[in-house]
Write a protein that binds this ligand. Structure first.
Ligand code: NAP
Ligand code: ZN
Ligand code: ZN
Length: 352
């Protein structure tokens, strides 16, 4: 059966090294389990920049980035039970997975043993249809991968929760951030500022580790009790053996041994930042005091809904700068200079 397609305005890079510009794409009419969403806002993640620039060596063009998607349900397929037209919903970094493996059955679709299907720069499980992301007017997604945005959260400020929020919430919960735990967040960017707000709301004592003192006042307003600028040698030295957990959001290769030195005995540093360059780690950064280095990617769909409900309850949203889509290429340049407090969010109405 040939499914009809819906013409959709989008912004895309059509080749490596190209800037983003308008492109018309097609979305599928909703199948029985699908939800068609009119996108209202889409956050700009540093992963969009890594992939537009092919820094992870897996980029497919034309690429429509965007995986912090929020909008309103337009229509749903016959078998959809969770959503109806008019609902406020979100879609994050993945739109499918095998649903049968041990990870999928345990609500960890992001670790699917076959593969998760990323929202963009990927291929559907039919092995031929490219996925295209949220810098576009609408998207059709299986209801399993759609989540509900709590009524009290404004859609624009909630958009970054779909990646930056869940990517930091998941390791914070997994490694037990809460009362009595000292948690440090390295890098106060899109992910980092969500990590600070979430760790604080979970009851942990939070420290921000940033390159300079520029963001200290903001960090304190977000809930950080302490602040270390790595440009300050003395303050960095004083932070040795201090933290139970470090959430490292740094987007380019940095000296990981310095941060590992700040862990307490049995502490863990979790990499969520995904620089393309190799990271040199010295054995003696982890052998003394039995330290661990780990990694984590986004979170499962059940946990994403749990995170959104937690944010609804605690009134947690992102600090954002809303932009029209025609300044996206400049926004990428500003993001690379950390010149955003703390997440760009595209107003998708500017596409229409
Ligand atoms: P972002 O807004 O650019 O924030 C990154 C922060 O890292 C910057 O604000 C800066 O903080 C710090 N930083 C940058 N370069 C640095 C350097 N050379 N040395 C030390 N610190 C540096 O980016 P984001 O959107 O939060 O994303 C961060 C990283 O996470 C990216 O690599 C992205 O691809 C990755 N990511 C991973 C997942 C996952 O599932 N694991 C999901 C989403 C994103 P200060 O100015 O405070 O120093
Ligand atoms: Zn992201
Ligand atoms: Zn699976």
């Amino acid at each position: 059966m040939i499914k009809t397609a819906i013409k959709t305005k989008a912004y895309a890079a059509t080749a490596h090294g190209e800037e983003l510009k308008p492109l018309e794409i097609q979305r599928r009419e909703p199948g029985p389990n699908d939800v068609l969403i009119n996108i209202k806002f889409c956050g700009v993640c540093h992963s969009d920049v890594h992939q537009i620039k092919d820094e992870w060596s897996n980029s497919k063009y034309p690429m429509v980035p965007g995986h912090e998607i929020v909008g309103i349900v337009d229509k749903v397929g016959d078998k959809v039970s969770k959503f109806k037209a008019g609902d406020r919903v979100g879609v994050g970094c993945m739109v499918d997975s095998c649903r049968e493996c041990d990870s999928c059955k345990n609500d960890l679709e992001q670790y699917c043993e076959k593969r998760m299907v990323l929202t963009y720069n990927d291929i559907e499980l039919d092995d031929k249809t490219p996925t295209l992301g949220g810098y576009s007017e609408r998207i059709t997604v299986d209801e399993h991968f759609v989540v509900r945005i709590p009524d009290n959260l404004p859609l624009d400020k909630a958009a970054p929760l779909l990646c930056a929020g869940i990517t930091t919430y998941s390791p914070l919960v997994h490694w037990g951030a809460g009362p009595g735990k000292s948690v440090a967040v390295v890098g106060l960017g899109g992910l980092g500022h969500m990590a600070v707000k979430l760790a604080h709301a979970l009851g942990a004592e939070v420290t921000v580790i940033s390159r300079s003192y520029n963001k200290k006042t903001d960090a304190e307003a977000m809930g950080a009790k302490h602040y270390v600028a790595t440009s300050d040698f003395e303050a960095t030295e004083k932070s040795q053996n201090k933290f139970d957990l470090i959430i490292n959001t740094v987007s380019s290769a940095a000296d990981m041994n310095t941060y590992l030195g700040m862990l307490k005995r049995d502490g863990t540093m979790v990499l969520v930042g995904a620089p393309s360059d190799e990271l040199p780690i010295q054995a003696f950064s982890i052998i003394p005091h039995r330290k661990s280095l780990s990694g984590s990617t986004i979170g499962g769909i059940r946990e994403t809904q749990e995170m959104l409900d937690f944010c609804g309850k605690h009134d947690i949203t992102s600090d954002i700068e809303v932009i029209p889509i025609n300044v996206i290429n400049d926004a990428y340049e500003r993001l690379l200079k950390s010149d955003v407090r703390y997440r760009f969010v595209i107003d998708i109405d500017s596409l229409k």
